[in-house]
Design a protein. Structure first.
Length: 241
């Protein structure tokens, strides 16, 4: 083989090897980058907007609490300071569910399918389960329900709802059908959250023939939560932590 051809062959082999290594490096670099799409940009914008809203709410809360502290500090009369503290206590009770509530809303009465013919694939399709109650409650909360009870049991953020044989246990108590759900809030919005097409309540009523009756009431009374919460693991954070 002539000397010039041998040099060309070496250069060709070296160039091919160099190109192969460049491609490998490029692929490694590409894997470390995430392509930015319009959807990811919109998601990031939404996250920024939500975070900004939370910051604004916290700043507003800080201002309100600072004003309350100033009111208490500037109050020389003990009775006035006591009334301010009682006012704050009442607000806390209302927000936490430890206070009787009244107002407009809806009343929902739910019963198992009473027909002799089984509607679904299984007899269990014709009875009300804990998941059915949970979905109805979730729709009511999304619709702005401010207070909810089931068969007299106040629904709290920590209320457990689970099947217990033919009954459903709520706040440690066994409840049987009919389930009477009371919800205080905008009556029209609450009514639509249970009866509008595509809602879970509409599906239960029209597909599985679960008996659901909903009525709008001008005044509903919901009792306060009567139990006690025991926090075994959660503890309030201290200032400076």
């Amino acid at each position: 083989m002539e000397k010039g051809k041998k040099v060309n062959l070496i250069l060709l082999t070296f160039s091919a090897l160099l190109g192969f290594m460049a491609v490998i490096q490029l692929n490694q670099d590409m894997e470390s980058y995430n392509f930015v799409t319009l959807r990811t940009i919109q998601v990031s914008k939404n996250e920024i907007a939500n975070t900004s809203k939370e910051i604004e709410d916290l700043e507003t809360l800080i201002v309100e609490k600072e004003e309350e502290i100033k009111r208490i500090e500037n109050t020389k009369d003990e009775s006035s300071a006591h009334s301010i503290l009682n006012e704050e206590l009442d607000k806390t009770k209302i927000a936490s569910g430890f206070c009787d509530m009244e107002g407009p809303g809806i009343v929902i009465i739910m019963q198992d399918n009473q027909a002799a013919e089984i509607v679904g694939y299984d007899v269990n399709d014709d009875v009300i389960h804990d998941i059915d109650i949970l979905n109805i409650l979730n729709d009511l909360r999304i619709a702005g329900a401010e207070a909810i009870s089931i068969n007299g049991q106040r629904i709290m953020p920590m209320s457990e709802i689970k099947c217990g044989g033919p009954n459903i246990k709520i706040n440690g108590k066994s409840l049987a059908t009919p389930f009477v759900i009371k919800a205080i809030g905008n009556p029209k919005t609450l009514y639509a959250s249970v009866n509008a097409p595509s809602t879970y309540g509409y599906k239960l009523k029209n597909l599985y023939q679960i008996n659901i009756e909903t009525s709008i009431e001008d005044k509903i009374n919901i009792s306060a939560y009567s139990g006690n919460f025991v926090f075994r693991n959660a503890n309030p954070t201290k200032e400076g932590d």
